[in-house]
Design a protein around this ligand. Structure first.
Ligand code: UD1
Ligand code: CA
Length: 465
């Protein structure tokens, strides 16, 4: 096995995206296209990866974390290509950084869904001494480089669409843009490239005819699955690949036993770890790191980010959970939603109930606590079995600082209360509905803070004058 060096071409402009963001930083399943391509280097156990940058180079380089990929075990380098004179010219920029003993795998920064097995087969086809091309047969090959084969079927060269004759344009087998080639051979061929063609560019594809002329065998590894070599040039293509990528992820989860109501209506933009018997209804979006325990059920149209949901919990439809950096956790058997919102630092114990239009932020709710309707709990510590009434809020912010509210076990907070923090409601206490509580309530006491009800008999309402 020769060592592998990955070369990723990412200098192109991506004009058709009509975006300020460099094309290879457009997101697929929540991550930049380039990061998906860099995953290939990790899957192949490559020795190094060189990213050729040009348009938006500083942004691309800044958005590509070297430490993470170093963890994946390869050395990552950026090489600038200024100006961009074609794919052959792009690869020429990397040549000084390539070691002669390796095999180079050329990838494009905008082709994110190539399967690692396909690339391994391509590397095998190169075998340390051959030029191996990944090719695909397309119903409409317009725009692509066509694979020219001799009478014996051997590959003779690649002709770019713009340089091709009518007869050549009828060829359905196209070059994917991906090749594996021994570095020492590549180096020699690149030195001989010219830009004498329809686009005035240095074509990497011209090395194929050079290999044939030099008597170096050219292998074509032909696949049928166009998604694996599909590039992103426009928002429409990006959306198409997003669906393809999501379907792959959905299938992988279903293979593990996760029940998705509809794999076509499922979006994962991060990492989802599921225990047994998890059920996910349609239209849910998972972002960041999410872990779902055994038997968890997620209702329709939930957005869940950076959260851990323990076994048996049920998240009813239209619930929004985003733990951001602090994380959010839901305990075993808890019932959340519909229309609930859990924010960073929401830590809910077992059997907690959070109902519609309840917001929880940076608060701990112990086992069995309930806030079922229209409420806010921010910077609060809530004890076991507390019942937090409809319309009640913690006033945690005085305009300058945040303060905590402590609600001890078995407290009953009536409806429409304001708990002005810092404040403590002692264990077993009751807060009368409509109270604005600014002082601590003793354990077991009734705290009530509102105008007393008066009754004025025979009340005359004003009449029109
Ligand atoms: C290229 C191939 C074509 C193949 C097609 C597959 C050549 C000459 N042609 O054509 O045979 O069918 O890919 O998609 O290679 N890039 C640079 N610097 C440059 C030019 C391009 O980094 O100077 C990068 C682009 O950002 C892109 C990749 O190289 O990631 C491919 O370039 P693109 O212009 O899309 O190549 P095609 O003309 O489509
Ligand atoms: Ca081009």
């Amino acid at each position: 096995m020769t060592a592998l060096d990955i070369l990723i071409m990412a200098a192109g402009k991506g004009t058709r995206m009509k975006s300020r963001v460099p094309k290879v930083l457009q997101r697929l399943a929540g991550r930049p296209l380039l990061h998906h391509v860099l995953d290939q280097a990790a899957h192949l156990n490559a020795r190094s990866a060189i990213v050729i940058t040009g348009h938006g180079a500083t942004e691309v380089e800044a958005a590509t974390p070297i430490p993470a990929s170093a963890g994946a075990g390869f050395d990552l380098k950026f090489v600038r290509q200024e100006p961009q004179l074609g794919t052959g010219h792009a690869v020429q920029q990397a040549v000084p950084h390539l070691r002669d003993d390796g095999t180079v795998v050329v990838l494009s920064g905008d082709v994110p869904l190539t399967r690692p097995d396909t690339l391994r087969a391509l590397v095998d086809a190169s075998g340390g001494g051959r030029l191996a091309l990944l090719t695909v047969t397309l119903p409409d090959p317009t725009g692509y480089g066509r694979i020219l084969r001799g009478a014996d079927g051997a590959v003779q060269g690649i002709v770019e669409h713009k340089d091709a004759t009518e007869a050549q344009r009828a060829i359905a087998e196209v070059y994917s843009g991906i090749m594996a080639v021994p570095a020492r051979l590549l180096r020699g061929w690149l030195a001989r490239l010219t830009n004498d063609n329809a686009q005035g560019e240095y074509y990497l594809t011209d090395i194929v005819a050079m290999a044939v002329a030099d008597g170096v065998p050219v292998a074509a590894h032909c696949i049928q699955d166009a998604v694996q070599v599909a590039g992103v040039n426009s928002p429409a293509q990006l959306a198409e690949l997003e669906r393809a990528c999501q379907l792959r992820q959905a299938q992988a989860l279903m293979e593990q036993g996760v029940r998705l109501a509809d794999p076509a209506r499922f979006d994962l933009r991060g990492e989802l770890v599921c225990a047994q018997d998890v059920e996910i209804d349609v239209g849910c979006i998972f972002t960041g790191r999410v872990a779902l325990g055994e038997g968890v059920r997620i209702g329709a149209y939930c957005c869940i980010s950076n959260a851990t949901i323990a076994a048996g919990a049920v998240i009813h439809p239209f619930t929004h959970i985003d733990g951001e950096k602090l994380g959010a956790s839901v305990g075993e058997g808890a019932l959340i939603g519909p229309f609930a919102r859990l924010r960073p630092g929401a830590q809910l114990g077992r059997e907690v109930h959070i109902g519609n239009f309840v917001e929880v932020k940076n608060s701990t709710l112990a086992d069995g606590a309930k806030a079922n309707h229209l409420a806010y709990l921010g910077d609060a510590t809530v004890g076991e079995r507390v019942n937090y009434g409809a319309g009640s809020i913690t006033a945690n912010y005085d305009g300058a600082n945040k303060h905590r509210t402590v609600i001890e076990a078995d407290v009953h907070v009536g409806s429409n209360c304001v708990l002005v923090a810092p404040v403590t409601i002692g264990a077993g206490a009751t807060v009368g509905g409509g109270s604005t509580i600014t002082k601590n309530v003793e354990p077991g006491a009734l705290g009530v803070a509102r105008g007393r009800q008066v009754s004025i008999g025979n009340w005359k309402r004003p009449s029109k004058t």
